[in-house]
Design a protein around this ligand. Structure first.
Ligand SMILES: Cc1cc2nc3c(=O)[nH]c(=O)nc-3n(C[C@H](O)[C@H](O)[C@H](O)COP(=O)(O)O)c2cc1C
Length: 149
């Protein structure tokens, strides 16, 4: 069964909730899961995992949230060839660049050799029932992509 690493970046708790939903689903699918906050995580943790997941909010000023910048920069130096990745996160349609950070992280994953296992999941503010369904499907797709390798 795959080892899953979930890294979240959250100020008001929505992305932490997203990470919790995914944690539960991956465990239900029989995965070994580890969840940590981006500011407390070394990017090398992804090297020791099979499936790499980022859940982050988006703030309008900058490509990624300021507290995620070190992680974002360090990630560009890793080699994740052969790993499966997925990105998701919370945003607010009030802003122009809805959920932009999850696409910026997806670009980095592509550059460092990881393979997308599921389409990014956008969540409007806190995850609701429909979002939880989408996140559950996201986890299932990531696991089946890993199993199909
Ligand atoms: C100053 C500010 C700027 C924001 N800019 C964006 C943005 O550009 N795009 C977006 O989708 N959401 C934007 N948001 C909304 C947050 O991404 C959203 O509130 C998210 O749910 C926060 O996630 P968290 O609870 O995990 O911290 C912004 C919020 C604030 C307060």
């Amino acid at each position: 069964m795959p080892k899953v690493k979930i890294v979240f970046c959250s100020i008001t708790g929505n992305d932490e909730e997203i990470a919790d939903v995914l944690d539960e689903k991956f465990q239900e699918l029989g995965c070994e899961v580890d969840v940590s906050e981006m500011g407390q995580t070394d990017t090398s943790d992804f090297v020791d995992s099979d499936i790499c997941v980022i859940a982050t909010y988006t703030y309008e000023d900058g490509i990624v949230p300021e507290e995620a910048l070190d992680f974002y920069e360090d990630l560009q130096e890793e080699d994740l060839t052969g790993k499966i990745y997925g990105t998701c996160g919370s945003g607010d349609h009030y802003y122009d660049d809805f959920c932009r950070a999850i696409y910026e992280f997806a670009k980095i994953f592509e550059q460092i050799g990881a393979v997308s296992g599921a389409k990014p999941v956008e969540v409007e503010l806190a995850p609701e029932e429909e979002d939880i369904d989408n996140l559950d499907k996201f986890a299932e797709e990531l696991v089946s992509k890993f199993q199909g390798q």
